[in-house]
Design a protein around this ligand. Structure first.
Ligand code: TPP
Ligand code: MG
Length: 939
């Protein structure tokens, strides 16, 4: 960097009140000399030293984290633009047109929505990427991973159409996915367009956080030798409004700390969000600059287009930079979006031509922005129209290219590019550029001269045509007026210079973007041996959590899949008994371990290593879930079938980061979520905020989730083995949610091979007891830890009431329900065929007496199978808030313990007329149940 007048001006802009200009200029000259003769690094060293000395001497230092409101890359350092500007402009115009046309056409008859203005503001940001930076996947190299801003999707479709990857029909069916031949999803949804979109982004904030953990996971893949992700760049495109989501900025510290220079964020600072300005009274670019710099990022600002360079060069006093820095975003928006008519004209509905509008706008900017004689002198050689046309940086390919190039070459830190643009750039009409309504704009209209007696349809048709003409003329699209009426999509001829250029550029960069790989190479199944340890009875009481840890230790050693297992934990490893795994398998750290862990030499040593297998994410469920998504999609992104097991407090999963889990399903994530310390009554001491009695209900809302609540070690082993085979061998698109508990009890041996199917499908009979002379019979369902209560109830029923029963372990109500609704649907729609029998009916349909269910989850969980049991089901559950108590007292309180199951069974028999009610009343008394206590869900 040279010390140009601009730079000096920028510096002096920081010091508007200079007590001794002479002294200042001497210092500045010295600085200039250092930069010229010894380079910017030496200058930085000297400045750092000066700052430190001054700080030690007591000078209160400014934060220094923001720089003046100008481009970070000075003109002198701008690289030569290697592209063909004209051809790129033509391609971009075609993309702009198609993106607009898709939304217009989709809304013409159907009102299905869509966004025009977001892509309009970001077109240059994407086109520079497509032509020069986004590498596609080739035979021998992974592609870059791009998190596209969700509601800029029309632009991505538009370009893919030009590339010949999408058809006219597909474009015409934007947001109409049920049309014959399919349509295009509103936003990036891999579930709906699996060979195109890689990651869902439109729920604001999720793309950014996923991109950070993706970039870090790429380091993990590389460092563990799983695949060469070294050349992969992760890009994330965000809106400036989106930065207000906690997920967007919440983890940027990790990216800085981990020096993720494989990560580039582009924040489109169009100064607006949906309702209005992002920071009307402030400056979003400046605010973000400070935040990112503080978090250790390389920050590149692209504020002004090339038109401003000569003005800045002429700004010897720094007045212009000062003015740029003091004007707030609301004012910048006004320069673009203000209605330039006088109130009188508005009242009379006078219309301005585009030319008149520009001229008045330029005059307004001259008056209000260039508001001193000195500033006015800077632009006196420019016409009003020229002033209005001075571009923002994000619409200047040279500036955007320079920023991207600098970003990808930067070493040692992630880069954020803050680009200032105009929302709705180039969109004609009343709802267009810079208006607060522009985000929602789905129809184009510019005012026209109305003739008397014009029908309303005629008016709107002419307004649309006028708008289309303006759009066409501004971007030089080759349509005649007649052609415009159909709003046709546009692809330059295959032999045109544009198409040749586009194809040549993509060829140089590898395959197309966006792109998602759908090839899948199955794994060899894991060895059965690794699971068999859990088939045996435990020698001492054990928890299912510990059974899982034991299993993991085995699995990580499996010859086929061991290396691919990715255990992920957010700072609860001790709670779950994981520390022995830390020592053996290591915790991943990009720098290894720079210190001696205090527990060195113990079996549970906190061992960090560059090849560590465990991802310890700290107290950050959103981040850990994002890591889980990166690992659970690597089978597609990188062809590496990593198998993530993310274990966490079950309460802090579906309800805490449910939207990320939803996105993970959309992204076709595979792997295991382990909801540990599960159960409203089992995590006994922790109380209301910790005790989970409902995550299984949330889990069943996610279509690709298979949720299980196993009771025994062998059940866990069977489910996990089947899960690995389902996802990684049989290529089924799903993920697993398993709850595990921290209560120790006897783990029995697996009864036999014949229980395997029932465990996987959701239910199997475990134990029948038939006391001599028993006339009555009930079926008892138990899940997870609470299966033990069902077994105890079975004994009480036999001993005290001579009731026979079978206890079933229900490992998954959700799987039973899913099977049942599939059967019901088939039967409903195929009345002529033989009906299908739901599995739950197959197991319970021919049994006798009522069915009583108990679990550590809300009643609704078991009640899901109620409709298939002919009114025989009575479900107990843990409805209500948890609280701190002993397990025994909690189970009594929530009425899920053996005594309550017994009473429920007797009551259900009496309701069927098989037993006298007096027996129930007596049992309530004998078993010590207080019927006057309020219902647990009311207190
Ligand atoms: C979590 C979430 N909340 C709200 C929305 C609705 N929404 C979609 S776009 C948008 C405004 C986006 O503004 P900005 O991020 O600045 O993007 P721009 O369109 O200006 O580029 C909102 C609120 C959403 N998609 N996700
Ligand atoms: Mg915005």
């Amino acid at each position: 960097m040279l010390v140009t007048p601009e730079v000096l001006a920028a510096r002096s802009a920081l010091l508007p009140e200079d007590a001794d200009p002479q002294e200042t200029s001497e210092w500045l000259e010295s600085l200039e000399a250092v930069i010229r003769h010894q380079g910017p690094e030496r200058a930085r060293f000297l400045l750092d030293t000066l700052l430190q000395v001054a700080a030690r001497a007591g000078a209160r230092m400014p934060s220094g984290i923001t720089t003046p409101y100008v481009n970070s890359i000075p003109v002198e350092d701008q690289p030569r633009f290697p592209g063909n500007r004209e051809l790129e402009r033509n391609i971009k115009s075609a993309a702009r047109w198609n993106a607009m046309a898709m939304v217009l056409r989709a809304n013409k008859n159907t009102n299905v929505g869509g966004h025009i203005s977001t892509y309009a503001s970001a077109a240059t940001l994407y086109e520079i990427g497509f032509n020069h930076f986004f590498r596609g996947r080739t035979e021998d190299r992974h592609g870059d991973v791009v998190f596209f801003q969700g509601h800029a999707s029309p632009g991505m479709y538009a370009r893919a159409y030009i590339e010949g990857r999408l058809t006219d029909d597909q474009l015409a069916h934007f947001r109409q996915e049920l049309q014959p031949g399919g349509g295009l999803p509103s936003y990036p949804h891999p579930w709906l367009l699996p060979n195109f979109w890689q990651f869902p982004t439109v729920s604001m904030g999720l793309g950014p956080i996923m991109s950070i953990y993706h970039a870090r996971f790429n380091r993990y893949l590389r460092d563990r030798g799983l695949t060469d992700t070294g050349p992969v760049r992760v890009w994330s495109f965000l809106g400036d409004g989106e930065c207000d989501e906690p997920e967007s900025l919440g983890c940027i510290g990790l990216a800085g700390r981990e020096k993720l220079d494989n990560l580039t964020w582009v924040i489109n600072c169009n100064l607006q969000r949906l309702d209005g300005p992002v920071r009307g009274n402030g400056k979003i670019v400046q605010e973000l600059e400070g935040i990112f710099r503080g978090a250790g990022w390389n920050v590149i600002k692209v504020v002004w287009g090339s038109d401003w360079d000569p003005l800045l060069r002429a700004d010897h006093t720094g007045a212009l930079v000062r003015r740029m820095t003091e004007v707030v975003d609301g004012e910048y928006q006004e320069y673009i979006g203000r209605d330039m008519r006088t109130p009188d004209e508005v009242a009379k509905k006078v219309l301005l031509t585009p030319k008149e509008d520009l001229e008045r706008r330029g005059a307004f900017i001259r008056e209000t922005f260039f508001n001193t004689p000195e500033l006015k002198a800077l632009v006196e050689h420019l016409s009003d129209k020229q002033i209005a046309n001075l571009k923002r940086g994000g619409h200047d390919p040279l500036k955007v290219y320079a920023a991207y190039k600098s970003a990808v070459e930067h070493k040692g830190a992630p880069t954020v590019i803050l680009v200032k643009t105009v929302k709705g750039y180039g969109v004609p009409g009343t709802g267009g550029e810079g208006k607060n309504t522009t985000h929602q704009l789905k129809k184009l209209a510019v005012d026209i001269e109305r003739e008397p007696d014009m029908a309303p349809e005629e008016i709107s048709a002419r307004q649309l045509t006028a708008a289309l003409r303006q759009f066409r003329d501004r971007f030089h699209l080759p349509f005649t007026d007649e052609q415009l009426a159909d709003v046709p999509f546009y692809r330059p001829a295959e032999d045109s210079a544009e198409m040749k250029y586009l194809r040549e550029r993509r060829k140089a960069l590898g395959g197309y973007q966006p792109f998602r790989n759908t090839d899948y190479t199955p794994l060899q199944p894991p060895a059965r041996k690794g699971f068999e340890a859990l088939y045996k009875a435990s020698t001492k009481p054990q928890s299912t959590t510990l059974a899982w840890v034991t299993l993991m230790a085995q699995l990580c050693r499996d010859p086929n899949i061991g290396k691919l297992i990715v255990p992920i934990v957010p700072d609860e490893g001790q709670t779950f008994g994981m520390p022995p795994m830390y020592k053996v398998f290591g915790i991943y750290s990009a720098v290894g371990q720079l210190y001696n862990p205090v527990d060195k030499g113990t079996l549970t040593e906190y061992r960090e290593s560059t090849t560590g297998q465990i991802m310890q994410e700290g107290i950050n469920e959103a981040g850990a879930t994002s890591a889980w998504i990166a690992a659970g999609t690597a089978y597609s992104t990188y062809g590496v079938n990593t198998i993530p097991f993310y274990i966490y407090y079950s309460m802090f999963g579906f309800q805490r980061v449910g939207d990320l889990i939803w996105a993970s399903a959309d992204a076709r994530t595979r792997g295991f979520l382990m909801g540990a310390t599960a159960g409203r009554t089992t995590l006994n001491g922790e109380g209301l905020q910790h005790e989970d009695g409902h995550s299984h209900l949330a889990a069943l809302t996610v279509p690709t989730c298979r949720a299980y609540d196993p009771a025994y070690g062998y059940e866990l082993a069977v489910i996990i083995e089947d899960g690995i085979n389902a996802m990684y061998v049989r290529n089924e698109e799903c993920f697993y949610y398993l709850t595990v508990y921290n209560e120790n009890y006897e783990m029995p041996a697996m009864p036999g091979e014949d229980v395997r199917e029932g465990i996987v499908r959701g239910i199997y009979p475990l134990k029948s007891v038939r006391p001599d002379g028993a006339k009555l019979e009930v079926q008892l369902l138990g899940s997870g830890v609470i299966l033990n209560e069902a077994l105890r109830a079975q004994q009480i029923l036999a001993d005290k009431y001579k009731v026979a029963s079978t206890v079933y372990s229900v490992t998954s109500y959700q799987m039973l329900r899913r099977d049942a609704i599939e059967c019901e649907r088939h039967n409903r729609l195929h009345p002529g065929e033989e009906g299908k029998l739901p599995y739950v009916q197959k197991i319970l349909g021919n049994t006798k007496g009522p069915v009583v269910a108990t679990s550590d989850y809300m009643r609704a969980l078991a009640e899901q199978v109620g409709p298939y049991l002919d009114g025989r089901l009575l479900a107990l559950g843990t409805d209500g808030f948890g609280r701190s108590e002993t397990r025994k007292n909690l189970r009594r309180f929530f009425e899920v313990d053996a005594e309550n199951v017994t009473v429920a069974a007797l009551y259900a028999l009496s309701e069927r007329g098989e037993l006298d009610r007096a027996v129930v009343a007596k049992a309530i008394q004998d078993l010590g149940i207080d019927p006057t206590r309020p219902a647990p869900w009311t207190v």
